[in-house]
Design a protein around this ligand. Structure first.
Ligand code: NAD
Length: 256
C-alpha cells in the first residue's frame, strides 16, 4: 500500500530511462499508482518505451504526437474505456528545432516559434482539457519547467520563452480547473542530462555553473525530481495549485 494506491495516472514524455518523466514515474509506481504511458509515434520510440515500462505491466502504452488533436483524443478515449476515470497527469514534453537554438533568439523563424510553442505549451492546455473530463473526483496535473523561463540563459532562447508561457499557463489552468478540485502545478527543474537537454547549446556549462552556485553545491538528481513529482501529484500537496516549485538545489535564490 502506498499513498497513490488506487489512483490512475497518465505519464506523457518518457523517451528513455534518463527522462525526467521516467524518474517521476518510478516513484509514482512505487507508491501504488497505476500508470498509462504515451510515447512519440514510430516503431523506435514505441520499442524504447515498451521495453522500459514492461516490468510494471501497464495496461496502456499509447502513441501520441501532441501536435495532433486526434492523437490526444484517442489517448483519453482509451483511458476512459479502460479505467473510466483519471486522477493524475504528468506532462513532461517540450521541443524546439535544435538548429534554431544555435542562432540568437532574434533570428527565430515564425514557423520554429509556432512549433516550439505548440508542442511545449499549447499541449498542456489541450491535455488539461481532455484530462479534466475524466477527473470526476478531482485530480492533479504537473508539468516541467526551467529557470530559463524567468531569466535569460543564452542558448536556451525560444525554450525560455516557452517556459515563461508554460508557467503562466499553469496559473490560468489552475484558475479554470480549481472549482473542479483539479490542481495544476509545475516543477522548475535544475539541469539534468537527458535527450532534450543534449539539444541545448552550452548545456554542460549550465550544469557546472548550477552546481557551483547553488546553495546545496550540486546538481539535481533524478530522485530530487521524483520526490517533488510525487508531492505535487499526490494529496501531500492538497492545498497547492498554480505553483511553480523550484527543484534546483536552491540555484534560483542566489544573486551572483
Ligand atoms: P526527454 O527528451 O527525456 O523528454 C522530452 C519528451 O518530450 C520526450 O519524451 C519526447 O518524446 C517528448 N516530445 C517531444 N515532442 C513531442 C510531441 N510532438 N508529442 C509528444 N511528445 C513529444 O527530456 P527531459 O529533459 O526529460 O524533458 C522533459 C521536460 O523537462 C521538458 O519539458 C523539458 O523542457 C523539461 N526540463 C528539462 C530540464 C533538463 O535539464 N533536462 C530542465 C528543466 C526542465
Amino acid at each position: 500500500m502506498g499513498i497513490l494506491s488506487g489512483k490512475i495516472g497518465l505519464v506523457m514524455g518518457v523517451a528513455n530511462d534518463r527522462s525526467i518523466a521516467w524518474a517521476i514515474s518510478e516513484k509514482l509506481l512505487s507508491e501504488g499508482a497505476e500508470l498509462a504511458f504515451t510515447h512519440l509515434p514510430g516503431p523506435s520510440s514505441q520499442r524504447r518505451v515498451q521495453n522500459l515500462v514492461e516490468q510494471y505491466k501497464p495496461k496502456l502504452v499509447l502513441p501520441c504526437d501532441v501536435q495532433k488533436d486526434e492523437d490526444i483524443a484517442a489517448v483519453f478515449d482509451d483511458i476512459a474505456r479502460s479505467y473510466g476515470r483519471l486522477d493524475l497527469v504528468l506532462h513532461s514534453i517540450a521541443f524546439a528545432p535544435p538548429q534554431e537554438l544555435r542562432n540568437p533568439y532574434l533570428q527565430m523563424s515564425r514557423a520554429g516559434w509556432h512549433l516550439a510553442m505548440d508542442i511545449s505549451v499549447y499541449s498542456l492546455v489541450a491535455v488539461c482539457r481532455a484530462a479534466a473530463a475524466l477527473m470526476t473526483d478531482g485530480g492533479s496535473i504537473a508539468t516541467i519547467s526551467y529557470y530559463g523561463g524567468e531569466k535569460v540563459f543564452p542558448g536556451y532562447n525560444v525554450m525560455g520563452v516557452c517556459k515563461a508561457a508554460l508557467e503562466h499557463s499553469v496559473r490560468y489552468l489552475a484558475w479554470d480547473l480549481g472549482r473542479q478540485r483539479i490542481r495544476v502545478n509545475a516543477i522548475s527543474a535544475g539541469p539534468m542530462r537527458t535527450l532534450s537537454a543534449a539539444g541545448v547549446p552550452g548545456f554542460d556549462q549550465m550544469r557546472e555553473h548550477a552546481a557551483r552556485k547553488s546553495p546545496l553545491g550540486r546538481n539535481v538528481e533524478p530522485a530530487d525530481l521524483a520526490n517533488a513529482g510525487l508531492y505535487l501529484l499526490s494529496d501531500l500537496s492538497s492545498g497547492i495549485t498554480g505553483e511553480v516549485l523550484h527543484v534546483d538545489c536552491g540555484y534560483n535564490i542566489v544573486g551572483l
